[in-house]
Ligand binder design. Structure first.
Ligand code: MG
Length: 272
């Protein structure tokens, strides 16, 4: 039996009724409830919206997570549901199901710089005098490195103890200062978050990264210049992962409290 999406067709991007407009969505908390799957209602609404404008998602997680949240409910590839798919803020990207150039932390800083960074971090942690250490002090992800002085294998209780200790002693703050002195010239951002770790990633590799793909695409044969870029997100406050793209002058930002909010606003804006 064919699912709805298999039989669904859309006008080519250049023939959408509102041609120079794209609507981009954060995933978690915007299209889906936090960490859960998208509802049939919002998936249907997106397919209706796609008849009128180009649509895309831009999520911080990797593609398998977005497949699980957005594609699996309809048993189709998530890349068939959106004109543009931006996983990991666009480091992994697709247009009409076809991959666009990808990027990674190592591609950006180079193997030698990466090796120096890891060497420095492991030496620093080896010499660090803190009450306990566990394992996995450096976790390499495609777009960033996550560093934890206690180690990511710490139990929940150990994490809480470290967080208290760190509040008093500023272990992470001091480590980040040393790293900034040594590696700041590589254009890296150091971001302390959660209980036990901090992230290191190239400056500007937030959700605004995906806008590069749209700009590149506009220059190509048959590419479209999107003069209106709507963005819907739930973490649009300073420090939230939607903040930069929400505030970016290239986008029109919409702050929502959850999928119901997104649905309501889309229906009003696009007469769906
Ligand atoms: Mg979100």
């Amino acid at each position: 039996m064919a699912t709805r999406s298999e039989i669904q067709t859309y006008p080519p991007l250049a023939e959408r009724p509102i041609k120079n407009t794209i609507v981009l969505f954060d995933v978690d908390g915007t299209l889906t409830p936090a960490r859960l799957d998208a509802s049939p209602e919002i998936l249907l609404l997106l397919s209706q919206l796609r008849q009128k404008v180009a649509i895309g998602f831009v999520g911080g997680s990797d593609l398998p997570k977005q497949q699980e949240q957005l594609g699996d409910p309809l048993r189709v590839p998530v890349t068939s549901l959106f004109d543009f798919c931006f996983s990991e803020n666009g480091l992994t990207a697709f247009k009409l199901g076809q991959p666009l150039p990808s990027n990674s932390f190592i591609k950006y800083i180079g193997e030698d710089n990466y090796k120096d960074l890891v060497k420095f971090v492991l030496h620093y942690i080896a010499d660090l005098d803190i009450p306990i250490k566990r394992g996995t002090f450096v976790e390499f992800r495609n777009g960033m490195v996550n560093v934890s002085p206690i180690g990511r294998n710490a139990s929940n209780e150990e994490r809480q103890e470290f967080e208290r200790f760190d509040k008093e002693r500023g272990v992470r703050r001091e480590m980040v200062e040393r790293l900034r002195e040594r590696f700041g010239h590589l254009g890296l951002t150091f971001s302390i978050g959660g209980q036990i770790s901090f992230d290191v990633f190239p400056t500007g590799w937030d959700k605004t990264y995906c806008l590069k793909h749209l700009e590149e695409d506009a220059k190509k044969d048959g590419g479209i210049e999107y003069t209106t870029i709507h963005f819907f997100g739930d973490k649009t406050m300073v420090g939230g992962n939607d903040y930069e793209i929400y505030e970016d002058p290239r986008t029109t930002g919409h702050s929502v409290k959850g999928p119901e909010d997104t649905i309501r606003e889309l229906k009003e804006m696009f007469d769906l």
